[in-house]
Design a protein around this ligand. Sequence first.
Ligand code: CDP
Length: 223
Amino acid sequence: MTPTTSLDIPVIAIDGPTASGKGTVAQKVAEHLGYHYLDSGALYRLVGLASFKKGISTASEQELAPIAKNLSVIFQGDRIILDDEDVSDQIRQEEMGRRASEVAIHPMVRQALVTRQRAFRQKPGLVADGRDMASVIFTDAVTKVYLTASAESRAERRYKQLIAKGFSANIQVLLQDLRDRDERDANRSSSPLKAVEGAHCLDTTSMTIEEAVNQILKWHQVN
Ligand code: CDP
C-alpha cells in the first residue's frame, strides 16, 4: 500500500484580482467542506507591515526576503498575531494592501513564502486564495478557479468593506488604486496573476456570494 502524502490532500485554488471577493468566497467554501483555509495575501500584507514597522522600503528585496522567511506569525481563527501583537485590523488597511502588492513583485520574497504556504495543506483538504495558488504553489490543485468582477464593482465592494470596518474611504481613489494593483499583479515577471489552463473562470460582477460559493462547490464535486 502506498503511504498517504500531503499530495493526496485535495486543494481548491482560487485566484483572481484584488477585491474580487476571493477571500469571502474561499472562506465559505472551506467552511462548507470542513477544509482548512489559506489567505495567502495576508502573508504579503504581513511582510508589508513588518517591513513598515522596521522602516524598510518596499523596494529593498535584500532586506525584505529575510523578513518574509522569518515572520513570527500565528493564525488563530480569524485573528492574526505577529510578534505577539494582534495585527488583524492593521494589515487590512489600504496602505498595507498597497505595500503588500509592492513587496510581492520580488522573487526572493515570493520564494521565502513558498514552504509556509504549502504547510497549510492538511487533511481533510485546503481552500487557498491568492494570485499564484494554481500556477505556482499548488499546481496539482484538484479544482482551480479564476474569480473576477468588473473594476467598478470591485471598487464598490472594497469601499463597503472598509466603511464596515470603520475606515474612511473614497471610491474614486480606490478605483485608481485597484487599477494600479491589477497592473502590478498582472505585469510582474515573477508569478504574474493569470488564469491557468484548466481553471474555471467565474465573473462575479452580478452574482451573490452564495451563487459563487455554490458554483465552486459544484465544480469541486465533479472532480
Ligand atoms: O485583498 P486583496 O485582494 O487586495 O489583496 P490580498 O489578497 O490580501 O493580497 C495583497 C497583495 O498581495 C495583492 O495585491 C498581491 O499583489 C499580493 N499577493 C500575491 O502577489 N500573491 C498571492 N498569492 C497573494 C497576494
